[in-house]
Design a protein around this ligand. Structure first.
Ligand code: KG4
Ligand code: ZN
Length: 333
């Protein structure tokens, strides 16, 4: 079954063709980052306009990369939430139109479910049950994936998402948007133990996260140094902030694996591209003896291949096209 998948939830216009949920025949990603960089973050109106301008072209490229035509496609899949409403609507309307005109089934996909299953396209042996740490710009969650249709959120952030915290700290250090990759790079030149930022664990046995305290700790530190006319070593700040964040993410993931007696951890979302988080989870997997999977960097940030994969495992291509499908910006898992 070949699914043509469309993803436009934020600032990437992406189209992929995925066969049987696992084989990525194409994955075209047009990123608007260079446009939004000028404003220090994603401007929703500009994002929708750019999706609209690019979508037809990216659909054509997605088919061309897979050397296929619309006739070869069995179903259309699209992200319908969560995300920016105007951005989501471009993909949803395009997908509905395609499905109607081509008389193909339409599968609506939850963006985070896409992230959760992104690693499946690269590891043939990977299948539920597993625990997924979702770390992105809008979400930070620990999810128990019992089966493809049985996903249970056991913990989530009560304030900032981890990617959001990275982006805000980066802005304070005058680094361009998106800040996550910039902090990752800068931290390699710094000392993660140079400054102690308080880790927030909330309840001892709970899986919820809070990153606003760590973020404020960094902002306070920078302000104090400036007030006292003391130097700020940006690399040390980046490394120390990152160490604090990664400590919490790793500790809570390992605790979830133990308490739910699971032996597979999957990392997902834009922050899954973070080198320190990947290394620390790999090290934890070795010492604690669990299986650990992380998607390649291209599949960590938003892409349509993950949507095509999730559509195959969670959708129902036998149902008639639901032309009433709408974008749901704050869709829950
Ligand atoms: O999943 P994603 O592409 O979009 C959302 O669904 O939110 O995640 C984007 C987030 C941004 O906050 C970005 O700064 C962060 O992922 N990010 C990183 C890295 N690469 C992207 N954060 C830390 N380290 C990275 N290498
Ligand atoms: Zn995402």
């Amino acid at each position: 079954m070949k699914i043509l998948a469309i993803e436009t939830s934020c600032d990437e216009t992406s189209v992929a063709v995925v066969e049987d949920g696992r084989r990525v025949l194409s994955n075209q990603i047009y990123s608007q980052i260079d446009i939004h960089k000028l404003y220090g973050g994603v401007v929703p109106e500009i994002a929708s306009r750019n999706h609209l301008e690019k979508i037809s072209q990216i659909v054509d490229s997605g088919l061309a990369e897979a050397s296929l035509t619309f006739d070869d496609i069995d179903a259309i899949a699209v992200t319908y939430g969560p995300g920016l409403v105007g951005a989501l609507l471009v993909g949803v309307n395009y997908a509905k139109t395609l499905a109607y005109a081509l008389k193909k089934p339409l599968i609506a996909v939850h963006h985070i479910v896409g992230h959760i299953f992104s690693a499946l396209t690269e590891y043939p042996e990977l299948k539920p049950p597993f625990i997924c740490l979702v770390a992105s710009g809008g979400h930070t969650q620990l999810v128990v994936v019992e089966d493809y249709h049985m996903l249970k959120v056991i913990g989530k952030t009560r304030d900032d998402a981890v990617g959001e915290a990275y982006d805000k700290v980066a802005r304070t250090l005058d680094l361009p948007y998106p800040g996550g990759p910039q902090i990752d790079r800068l931290a390699k030149k710094g000392d993660g133990s140079a400054i102690h930022f308080k880790r927030t664990y909330l309840e001892k046995d709970g899986y919820d996260f809070s990153f606003s305290g760590i973020k404020s700790g960094v902002l306070n530190y920078i302000n104090q140094q400036r007030q006292k006319d003391l130097p700020i070593n940006a690399a040390d700040v980046a490394a120390s902030f990152q160490e604090a964040v990664v400590d919490v993410l790793v500790d809570k993931s390992v605790m979830a694996l133990k308490n739910y007696t699971m032996n597979t951890l999957v990392l997902a979302g834009g922050v899954a591209a973070n080198s320190r988080l990947r290394d620390r989870l790999m090290a934890a997997a070795q010492t604690e003896g669990f299986n650990y999977y992380a998607p390649s960097l291209k599949l960590c940030t938003d892409n349509a291949a993950m949507i095509g994969c999730a559509a195959y495992y969670t959708g129902d291509a036998t149902k008639p096209v639901d032309l009433a499908l709408n974008a749901v910006p704050s869709l829950k898992l």
